[in-house]
Design a protein around this ligand. Structure first.
Ligand code: SAM
Length: 303
């Protein structure tokens, strides 16, 4: 008999859902994990899911998890009450599960055994699958601003001059900024980096250009391998697992400074309230406010 195969999706919380030491990570937000979507039907004995907050994304993940579980395999899903946790039980019941529910640390925790014949999995999987949306670009529920152009990104797109040389797009999403950068024939190379595998897959489909390289991973670890860049473009993340995390944006700025050659440019957009001025001034020779509208600011920071 083969050993039990167990998985977890997203950051583990052993208080809420214990995870076996040899469980495989299957979230697209954790680089080098396996892909939940690619797991064979009925190949898992158990899975713990840190449920995504978005409804369509969450139902897609739950449906794939039930598909990948063996009959009577154990599914544990948890989420903060105000980030989808309150809806988990009903969503699992709608798939035909009998659900046990408890509460801890503001989370709802639901446990269910995979029924012989779950219902509605195909519909939930189709609803959350990759598709074309704004401007006919490939995207998927769960990716940052998946169904509309983010206003901050829009401002940066309107502000960017034609770029020159080798550059990178830190946290590229589905590739809006890179598509724009590559319209300049003077761009020789562009590395698109994102922690979300779904974003990298979408960007790959959206950008067919031999100058583009696509990297699934953490900017903070990958950027040091890029060499001295001429430019970096970024709309940096400021939410990690739900809460606001300013330090992530600040880490993107430090990483950009370390990746640029002297005289290279960082083009960055941020919500007006985010405190990036001090760290920009600390790491760059010259910082210029290049655009501002509707609560967003674009800076050009020259190293
Ligand atoms: C504000 S979004 C911008 C996306 C895209 N550039 C746009 O403008 O539509 C930030 C992106 O950074 C990615 N991200 C978050 N943390 C990251 C990290 N540590 N390394 C690389 N990418 C990260 C997110 O997945 C998200 O796609």
């Amino acid at each position: 008999m083969s050993p039990p195969r167990t998985a977890f999706y997203g950051p583990a919380d052993h208080d809420l859902a214990p995870v076996a030491a040899d469980a495989i990570q299957v979230s697209p937000m954790v680089a080098d994990g396996e892909d939940l979507i690619a797991l064979d039907d009925q190949s898992l004995d158990a899975i713990a899911i840190h449920a995504p907050a978005g409804v369509v994304e969450r139902r897609y993940v739950l449906a794939h998890a039930l598909r990948a579980l063996k009959v009577e395999g154990r599914l544990t899903a948890f989420g903060l009450k105000d980030r989808g946790g309150l809806r988990l039980r009903k969503e699992l019941e709608a798939f035909g599960c009998v659900v046990g529910e408890s509460s801890k640390k503001h989370n709802r925790i639901c446990v269910a055994l995979r029924p012989e014949t779950p219902v509605g999995l195909e519909d939930a999987i189709a609803a959350g699958a990759p598709r074309r949306a704004t401007d006919d670009l490939w995207t998927q529920p769960g990716i940052f601003s998946w169904d509309r152009l983010d206003p901050g990104t829009d401002l940066l797109l309107k502000t960017l001059p034609p770029l020159v040389g080798a550059g990178a797009d830190f946290g590229c999403g589905i590739g809006w900024l890179s598509r724009n950068a590559l319209t300049s024939q003077k761009v020789t190379k562009l590395t698109l980096i994102d922690l979300d595998r779904r974003a990298i897959d979408a960007a790959c489909r959206n950008i067919d250009d031999p100058r583009a390289d696509f990297v699934w991973g953490d900017v903070r670890q990958i950027a040091s391998t890029l060499g001295a860049l001429d430019f970096v473009v970024t709309n940096p993340p400021f939410h990690e697992t739900g809460g606001e995390d300013r330090s992530l944006g600040q880490a993107f700025i430090r990483t950009a400074a370390a990746s640029l050659r002297k005289g290279g440019d960082l083009w960055i957009v941020a919500n007006r309230h985010l405190p990036y001025e001090a760290i920009l001034a600390e790491h760059f020779a010259k910082v210029r406010l290049a655009g501002e509208t509707n609560g967003y600011k674009v800076y050009e920071a020259r190293k």
